[in-house]
Write a protein that binds this ligand. Structure first.
Ligand SMILES: *Cc1c(COP(=O)(O)O)cnc(C)c1O
Length: 326
C-alpha cells in the first residue's frame, strides 16, 4: 500500500492496528526526524499509547516482555536511520522480537525509515536493513519512504500481512493520505528498475551516486576540470581537484563518509559568496558547496552531459561579476 509519505504510513499503521491500545517501543528508538515527526507525537495522533521500554542506550528482550499485557496493541521497532547510539549499547534483534510477538500473538511493526531493496553493503556502504530481510524474518508490517534510499518519488510504502493491509484500506485516514497518479507512475517506473539489480544501480540516480566507483569519480573530476579549463578563465579563478567526502544526507546512513573528488573554484578579485550567488542565478542554476571560502563541486553528484553547462555558467557568472565591478 502506498500513502503520501512514511510519516503518514506510520500514523495509518498505528491507528489501524492499535488504536486505544499500548504500543511498545524501545526508549532508544524514540526518534525525531525533520518536520516535527516524533514517534511519541505520532503515537498520540494515532490514538495509541506509548509504552517506552528500556533506556536510551540499552533495551533488552525482557524489557519488552515485561511490558506486554492485556492492553498491548503492537510492538514497534523503529530503525534509527538518521542517528546512531554508540558505546555501551544493546538493542533487541528483529528475530527475538518475532519470537516474542508469536508467543503473545501481537503484531510486530517495523518502521525502516529509509528502507532499501538492495543490500548496499555489497557496494562498500554500511549495511542498511532491506525490506526483504525484515519480511523474511517475520515482521508483520514494514513501512519505509519512497524518496530516501529507494530513490523514487515522495511516498510512504507499507508492506506485510494481507489481513492488516486490508484493514488499513478501510481506515478513513487512507483517503486523506492517498497519493495521486503521478506518484504511482513515478513509483512504478522506479520499482521496475529493481526487477534487475544492475539496472537499479545504474538508472536510479540516488543509487548510482552512492555506488559510484573511485575510477569513475577520478575520470569525472578530470573531465570537468578539462571542460572548464577550455574557457581560459585561469586569470580570474583558480581551479583544481581536491579529495573530499560526500555525505549521504536525507536522514540516511548518518555515519557514512564516502570518499570523493571535488572540482574547487577559488575566484580572484571577487568574493566567493558573490560568485556562488551568480552561479545560483545562472539560467540553469548551479548549486555548489561553500567551504573555507572556496566553491566545491562534488563530481559524484554530476553527470558528464552537464559539464558544458557548468563551464558556461562559470564563465557567465565571472563576466557578470566583472561587469558589476566595472
Ligand atoms: C524518514 C523517516 C520517517 C518519515 O518518512 P517521510 O517519508 O519523510 O515522511 C519515518 N521514520 C523513520 C525511521 C525515518 O527515517
Amino acid at each position: 500500500m502506498v500513502v503520501n509519505n512514511n510519516a503518514a504510513a506510520v500514523l495509518l499503521v498505528l491507528s489501524t492496528l492499535a488504536k486505544g491500545k499500548e504500543v511498545i517501543v524501545s526508549s532508544g528508538e524514540l526518534i525525531e526526524i525533520g518536520g516535527s515527526f516524533r514517534i511519541p507525537d505520532v503515537m498520540e495522533q494515532s490514538g495509541t499509547y506509548l509504552a517506552a521500554v528500556g533506556t536510551t542506550n540499552k533495551t533488552h528482550l525482557w524489557d519488552y516482555e515485561r511490558a506486554i499485557g492485556e492492553n498491548t496493541g503492537a510492538l514497534l521497532k523503529v530503525h534509527t536511520s538518521n542517528y546512531r547510539i554508540l558505546g555501551f549499547t544493546s538493542s533487541v534483534d528483529i528475530e527475538e522480537l518475532v519470537k516474542l510477538k508469536d508467543k503473545y500473538n501481537v503484531p510486530l511493526i517495523e518502521d525502516l525509515g529509509s528502507g532499501v531493496l538492495i543490500d548496499l553493503s555489497k557496494y562498500g556502504l554500511q549495511y542498511e536493513p532491506t525490506v526483504q530481510d525484515s519480511l523474511k524474518r517475520g515482521v508483520d508490517i514494514v513501512t519505509f519512504s519512497g524518496d530516501k534510499l529507494l530513490g523514487g518519488p515522495q511516498g510512504g510504502i507499507i508492506v506485510g500481512k494481507k489481513e492488516y493491509i486490508e484493514a488499513m484500506k478501510n481506515n478513513p485516514l487512507t483517503r486523506a493520505f492517498r497519493v495521486d497518479k503521478f506518484t504511482i507512475a513515478a513509483l512504478e517506473a522506479t520499482l521496475r528498475y529493481y526487477l534487475e539489480e544492475d539496472m537499479a544501480i545504474k538508472e536510479i540516480p540516488t543509487l548510482k551516486m552512492l555506488t559510484m566507483s573511485t575510477e569513475e569519480i577520478d575520470y569525472l573530476a578530470k573531465e570537468l576540470l578539462l571542460e572548464i579549463n577550455k574557457l581560459d578563465l585561469q586569470s580570474k579563478v583558480e581551479i583544481f581537484i581536491e579529495e573530499s567526502y560526500s555525505e549521504v544526507g536525507g536522514g540516511s546512513l548518518p555515519l557514512e563518509q564516502l570518499p570523493t573528488k571535488c572540482v574547487v573554484l577559488n575566484p580572484s578579485g571577487f568574493s566567493t559568496q558573490s560568485f556562488e550567488n551568480e552561479l545560483r542565478k545562472f539560467s540553469i542554476p548551479i548549486i555548489t558547496r561553500l567551504y573555507k571560502d572556496k566553491i566545491y563541486m562534488d563530481v559524484r553528484t554530476l553527470k558528464k552531459e552537464e559539464f558544458p553547462i557548468i563551464a558556461k555558467g562559470i564563465k557567465t557568472s565571472l563576466e557578470n561579476l566583472e561587469r558589476c565591478n566595472g
